[in-house]
Design a protein around this ligand. Structure first.
Ligand code: DAH
Length: 335
């Protein structure tokens, strides 16, 4: 009797091993455990055994029934997973695919860093429009019609009276129109100029700064910009203010920093001058106060405009501005 059960057990396992689909496993299960199955018949025939063997045979046969039942179920579950993977053409033995994480664009990184520094100095942050009227882009900033200073900006015209803003400075006017002094604000954004080479792209980023209050002097401008440069680069980076011209500031200055590559000794990056230009600035021209209805006798202030790409190129040692906009993952993944 026991031999018989062992045989059934062994045979069932052998058949199960050869099964190649859930269907086959089901067939085997029916053949052994079904109503007319081998084991079921064995159980039914126990009554023909000698009385002293019946209890033992019943116990063993029921145990085997449980064992086989579990073996069939496990085999069937295993096949189910494999079949599902197989149907979708998945090779479950391959190692998993890594999820690649995105990263911040280098220009966004520098933009955030610049805004972070000024925010720490008490400046608010606001953004403005990219399609601007001639009035805000030029006229209100003291560029009269036909003024030669308009030539400094290679403007994209949408119509005679509408342009893609060539700088973030129009936001100075919009801010002052909305808000009475004191004003202390940072205005980051995209700007557009019809220009393209190693150091120019038709779209680039600026961060405009504006501070207007009573008793603001050029010394305040120097202090704020020096703090900015020291935080953006390092304490050893000295600045120089070089007289310049912008219609909306008087006096105007361009700010150079000591070349961060050669520390002033002269190299290719600074064209052997030892200095690198990083921004334009100056004291707000009284004509602007008039345009926005501020009392020019009572208030003074300063403004500045930083080129974000310029700072990013210096910080990361990149010599072609166009890299930022080619979306080459090998480049972008490095930041
Ligand atoms: N808007 C100027 C430009 O794009 C940069 C600039 C210069 C902004 C002086 C200012 C400033 O606010 O005071 O070339």
């Amino acid at each position: 009797m026991e031999n018989n059960l062992d045989q059934i057990h062994q045979q069932a396992l052998n058949e199960l091993e050869g099964a190649e689909s859930i269907r086959e496993i089901e067939d085997i299960s029916i053949r052994y455990l079904g109503r007319k199955g081998v084991l079921t018949r064995f159980l039914r025939n126990i009554s023909h055994l000698p009385a002293d063997q019946r209890p033992m045979a019943g116990k063993k046969a029921n145990e085997l029934k449980k064992i086989l039942d579990q073996a069939f179920r496990q085999a069937s579950e295993k096949h189910q997973t494999q079949d599902a993977a197989g149907e979708q053409g998945i090779d479950v033995s391959l190692p998993g695919r890594c999820v690649t994480c995105g990263a911040m664009h280098p220009i966004s990184l520098i933009n955030e860093q610049i805004c972070g520094i000024f925010s720490g100095l008490g400046f608010d942050i606001a953004e403005g429009r990219e399609v601007e009227s001639d009035y805000y882009n030029f006229e209100a900033l003291n560029f009269p019609k036909d003024h030669p200073a308009r030539d400094m900006q290679d403007t994209f015209f949408i119509s005679d009276d509408t342009v893609l803003r060539t700088h973030t400075s129009p936001q100075q006017i919009r801010t002052m129109e909305k808000q009475a002094p004191p004003v202390r604000i940072i205005l980051p954004g995209k700007v557009y100029r019809c220009d393209s080479d190693l150091t120019h792209t038709p779209m680039f980023h600026q961060v405009e700064g504006l501070l207007v209050d009573e008793n603001i002097s050029f010394g305040d401008l120097k202090g704020i910009l020096t703090t900015f440069v020291h935080q953006m680069f390092d304490e050893q980076t000295s600045l120089r203010f070089r007289p310049s011209f912008f219609p909306f500031t008087e006096p105007s200055a361009e700010v150079d920093i000591l070349c961060i590559m050669c520390r002033g000794r002269g190299c290719r990056v600074c064209s052997h001058t030892g200095w690198l230009e990083i921004l334009g600035s100056g004291m707000v021209h009284p004509a602007l106060y008039e345009n926005v209805g501020y009392d020019a006798e009572r208030y003074t202030g300063f403004a500045f405009g930083i080129g974000v790409e310029r700072i990013a190129m210096l910080k990361y040692g990149i010599d072609d501005i166009r890299r930022f906009f080619e979306n080459d993952m090998r480049f972008l993944a490095q930041f």
